[in-house]
Design a protein around this ligand. Sequence first.
Ligand code: HEC
Length: 641
Amino acid sequence: MSSIQSRLLGLALAAAAAASLAGAANAQAAAPSGQAVFESRCKACHEPPVERAPGREQLAQRPQGDIERALTSGIMAPMAQGLTPADIHAVAAYLSSVGAEPPRAAAPSGREMPQIAVRTGPIGTDPMCAAHPPIKAMPGDWATTGIDDASRRFQRHPGLTAADLPRLKLKWAFSMTGGGQPTVVGDWLFITNRSGKFYALDARTGCVHWTVNDLVSRTAPIVIHSPIAPSGWLTIVSESDRIVRAFDAQTGHEVWRSKQLESHPISVLTGSPIVAGDKLLVPISSIEEAAAMSKAYSCCTFRGSLAALDLATGKLLWKTFVIDEPARVIREKEGGAKVQGPAGAAIWSAPSIDRKRGLVYVVTGDSYTDVETTGDDSIFAIEIATGKVRWHRQVTEHDNFVMGCGPASASGNCPTPLGPDYDFGATPILMKLATGKDVVLAGQKSGMVYGLDADSGALLWKTAVGVGSALGGVEWGMGADDRKLYVPISDLGGLFARPGHPANGKPGLYALNPASGAFVWQAPAPDAPCHYASDKDRPSRCFRSISSAPAITPGLVFDGGLDGWFRVWDSATGKVVWEYSTTAQTYDTVNGIKGQPGGGIDGLPVTVAHGMVYLVSGNNGAARVGSNGVNVLLAFSVDGK
Ligand code: HEC
């Protein structure tokens, strides 16, 4: 299993990395104290929480097994290097107030489906479908993260119109921790999550066709027709721990798995892979920014890259680093740790494909050190056939940033001056203008949106849509139809006045003319009552920010806010035509949870297909702001039919 593989590899790397990570745990002790492990290895980032890290109360809401998975095969595995299984168990037990998971029930008899598990979430039971009808493609499938090569998130055949919105009703709800973006083909829905379950569900009822366990991911499953899957349908996901896996979409049986695509121990796969002909393009990212908070850490050596795999076998064909020279030692710190660079330029989000030019577009994050590089905060056009960079445009220079830097920082890893942390986190969009010219559209955490010439990468225009902050500006994604670009703005950092900074944030949804960058309309996020349960006593934590990526249909834009409100805007005028507070009630989920709350909406939460709207509320891990520890996948249909 991958988690064992990755654990072994993790141990091999631990020799090098453990010494460099924060504080040694007293692994020898007979019964490790969870509190001691927490205080020596976790507290620095989780109490009070840094950036996206969940705080103590959010960790408490997570099942113990989820925390253990985060530390063994999930995103926190690098932070747990050198800890024994007993330490991990102890710290998870110490943090979780939900408790241990109940024992897994056996797979239903009579069918050979070894990967099926029958429970999820805190204390639920997954309802197995009585039948598993063959997957059948339909017009209006949403089978890859951005729905098409150009990543416009534009569903041309949604199966519902504005007139249906008043009759939208919740049909079913499904609880899970850290749910990603659902994809839908025919009556099948596919979703990964960060607690280690990859599900195929019945899109109409939420019953379970199959589950792959121990697969921690936040990518949207690709579903494609392919002869290499016995059923003819293949589904592909990137696992956080740096491998890509392909399964038969009908059975959940594995077809292939890639080698680990990056040897850097603190790298992760966050952006969804995307298919281009016979290749699969996989963006590679990292959380070295967080590791750099530790004085013992030799910051930083990760370089963002894009890998191309053979779609039929998972074999690596090429890998292109967006920072071309490897890190070199700049200085030694007291105690022997070193400062190194250049590093950074993680590729957080999914790429877009330009078949006409044979190009793949990716956008990059910030630099981690003050060693000069031009690969960070950039848009890249890379040749799909060769991996060669066709053009590259950096939009922010010297954005050198790691976490935990400030007057009190003692890590010795802080770049000077510290950059603004203006990564690109949103997939670039390709659009054809009325003139026939193709434009690449990129939205940055700075709040700036750029239009580039697809042939040359020349900057055609830029528009300051938001004021920007480390959590957006534009954070997770934009959308477009044939005429307009739709830009959600978070501006979380600009919501409150600070010394020297007025509260000038402009959270909301904005429509731009893709030819000029001019505003077509501006729709500030409404100030709505906050129903977010855990924060009732702290309304100041209920943010109006719109940080997540939208879904577009003819005439409509669907998106949600960190305050838990889900809205639909008229795409001609920017008027809100439907809204629903996902936190105003709790949900009895089909997997047996009673009273499941919703939370803030973030990440890539919305998919519209076949007359239904799928939304993940409480996107834990996307941002710690306004989110519950557990997510709920909500499925709406007209009249609840
Ligand atoms: C150097 C900082 C740092 C340290 C040390 C650290 N964490 Fe984290 N942790 C983070 C950040 C940042 C995130 C959010 C990552 C993201 O969402 O991209 C996070 C996320 C998590 C999550 C949620 C994972 C998920 O998949 O949603 C858990 C659980 C967690 N940490 C537990 C721990 C425990 C237990 C320890 C100690 C053994 C620990 N962390 C040490 C920074 C840290």
